[in-house]
Design a protein. Structure first.
Length: 302
């Protein structure tokens, strides 16, 4: 195994070890179904954990320690939802909320299914109220992808929503900044089903990314914006046809150096305030595992 390949696996191994050790922080609390519950502090972390682990298991063979760790965390996430029962209860409480479906879709990608929830959500999805909910174009792509994963196949073309996104409009590259960066990465994740399908990115977007991903990745690494850098590295590993020099040679070494001894990676800069340690580390650490799994799995049939 080459040194870069070892670095990629080491980043993934350390990140997943941290997530496994902090699984209690990903657990749903008693307020998971509360009307005033903090979704960003409960369902969002759990959904991110499920999404990343679904990708890791998809890109690693059974028996690989990374696969085993990710599969264990997936089982934990499914158990936290009452094996899907909490999704059904959420759907009844908030029938037009999309976040339960988006979290469920991450688990459905790993073959965890709850037929009663899917049937109830499909009923709501047939309403005009659901179809006409106003959403940002990037979010719209995500909801359409979640519907597909949950077995709801709609004849709504994705192209109009795609071309209204920042990336889909092929903007001037110098207008890239934090919010645009996160928008473009999620467009690619939705088009490629989070790295599961490589053929969803149009040729003009692939050409655009081939030109501009390298300086954007380098800029984020220089600025120590680790979370966004990981998402951009995941994009580089998700889109077929990008040249090998898209990723700076030292990118993975720099990420590994930014991880602390436990495997955690801060969103930006250093560890920061211990009082908000989990909140400022969980997403970037999971994104490190996500990008590493996609990078290590390039060229492997999925």
């Amino acid at each position: 195994m080459s040194a870069p390949a070892r670095e990629v696996r080491d980043v993934a191994r350390a990140a997943l070890a941290w997530a496994s050790g902090r699984r209690a922080d990903f657990a749903l609390g008693e307020d998971a179904l509360a009307a005033d519950g903090q979704v960003d502090r409960s369902w969002k972390p759990l959904g991110e954990l499920a999404q990343v682990c679904a990708t890791v298991t998809r890109h690693t063979p059974p028996g690989d320690p990374l696969h085993t760790r990710a599969a264990d965390l997936l089982a934990f996430a499914w158990q936290q939802t009452g094996e899907g029962e909490l999704f059904l209860r959420l759907q009844r409480l908030e029938p037009f909320a999309t976040y339960p479906l988006e979290v469920y879709a991450a688990l459905a990608a790993a073959s965890f299914r709850h037929p009663a929830y899917e049937a109830a959500t499909a009923t709501v999805a047939r309403t005009r109220g659901w179809r006409l909910t106003e959403q940002e174009p990037t979010r719209r792509l995500g909801v359409l992808q979640a519907e597909e994963r949950a077995g709801m196949h709609r004849d709504e073309p994705r192209e109009p929503a795609l071309r209204r996104t920042w990336l889909g409009g092929l903007p001037e590259p110098w207008t890239f900044e934090r919010s645009a960066g996160y928008a473009l990465t999620h467009v690619v994740f939705h088009l490629t089903d989070w790295g599961r399908a490589g053929g969803g990115v149009p040729d003009d977007l692939t050409d655009y990314l081939a030109h501009w991903l390298p300086p954007w990745i380098d800029t984020c690494l220089d600025a120590r914006m680790w979370d966004l850098a990981c998402e951009l590295l995941a994009v580089a590993a998700s889109v077929p046809g990008l040249p090998g020099e898209t990723v700076p040679d030292d990118a993975w070494a720099r990420l590994a150096a930014a991880q602390d001894a436990s495997g955690a990676l801060p969103e930006e800069g250093d560890a920061g305030d211990p009082a908000v340690y989990f909140a400022h580390h969980y997403h970037s650490t999971l994104m490190a595992a996500f990008a590493a799994a996609l990078t290590a799995g390039q060229g492997v049939p999925v």
